[in-house]
Design a protein around this ligand. Structure first.
Ligand code: T3D
Length: 262
């Protein structure tokens, strides 16, 4: 059905794999369009538990496919705001607003918008051989796909500036130490760790995870007072849910809960 991605959905778990390995899974217009179709579907899937995003081959994603950009002398310069407005920005907005958690499994190099797409996801797990590169300055651009928002928040201003100015690769282990990602894991354990994480999130209460995501995501722009109010409102809704009753019952009965998302 798709040419540039592989998409599967089973038992509420959606798996989206970027699939242009010969171009290190760089984004072209078609890949954006295919991902858009998937997100359209996911946004209207009521029993979605988790979305896993990863790459096929040795890379996660090398950012924009530079072969789509014509820069020969005499060519009119491209208006890159068009690609951001129509493709990258909606992608980041929609993934961060999707109620289900988005796990990014960074299987290899993540460069340019590929790095920032990964960092925009809710939980990022990376193979130790993976690296993150803010490659924009190397080609005369500035970070996009939300990089200038997320990087200073995750890594602090000094490290964000250093990464963006130098375009130096950041190893997965340093990314973990700096708090950019959840975990860097040995390459030979990577698939098992990713599957264990996905299974754990898929078994959790989707209402609880959606509330966590909403609250954590809003904290970047909210005051403490606003956040306390939001926590009150979310906890009120969750307290009315069957999942909460099931969670407390399961605790008392010393068994695993069976969350149904209602
Ligand atoms: O334009 C807009 O829409 C604005 C938005 C921009 C968002 C952005 O993402 S801008 C940043 C674009 N990305 C880059 O600048 C990264 C370019 N790639 C690299 O720096 C390196 O490829 C990597 C560091 C990612 C990996 O290096 P390495 O040595 O492991 O692999 P390689 O040999 O460079 O790449 C392998 C192949 O993939 C190669 O093709 P070939 O020679 O085998 O035919 C290479 O050209 C291709 N490739 C890698 N990245 C891209 C790419 N082809 C097109 N676009 C790419 N981004």
């Amino acid at each position: 059905m798709f040419e540039t991605i592989i998409f599967e959905m089973s038992m509420g778990v959606a798996r989206l794999r970027l699939n242009r390995p010969d171009r290190l899974n760089a984004f072209n217009v078609q890949m954006h369009a295919e991902i858009r179709q998937v997100i359209d579907l996911l946004e209207s899937t009521p029993n979605l538990r988790v979305l896993l995003l990863t790459g096929v081959g040795r890379a996660f994603c090398a950012g924009q496919d530079l072969r789509e950009r014509k820069t020969e002398p005499g060519s009119p310069p491209p208006d890159l705001s068009d690609a951001l407005e129509r493709r990258y920005n909606p992608l980041v907005r929609r993934l961060t607003r999707l109620s289900a958690p988005v796990v990014c499994a960074v299987n290899g190099v993540a460069a340019g918008a590929g790095a920032n797409l990964a960092l925009a996801c809710d939980v990022v797990i990376a193979a130790k051989s993976a690296k993150f590169i803010q490659s924009f300055a190397s080609i005369g651009l500035a970070p996009d796909a939300g990089g200038t928002w997320i990087l200073p928040r995750l890594a602090g201003q000094a490290r964000a500036m250093g990464l963006a100015f130098t375009a130096e690769p950041l190893s997965a282990q340093t990314a973990e130490q700096w708090g950019l990602i959840w975990k860097a894991v040995d390459d030979d354990r990577f698939n098992d760790e990713v599957e264990a994480l996905v299974a754990k999130l898929a078994a959790a209460s989707p209402l609880s995870l959606a509330a966590i995501k909403r609250a954590m995501r809003s904290s970047g722009t909210a005051t403490l007072d606003q956040q306390l109010d939001l926590e009150r409102d979310l906890q009120k809704q969750l307290g009315f849910s069957e999942d909460y009753a099931e969670g407390v019952r399961a605790f008392m009965e010393k068994r695993s809960p069976n969350f149904l998302g209602r």
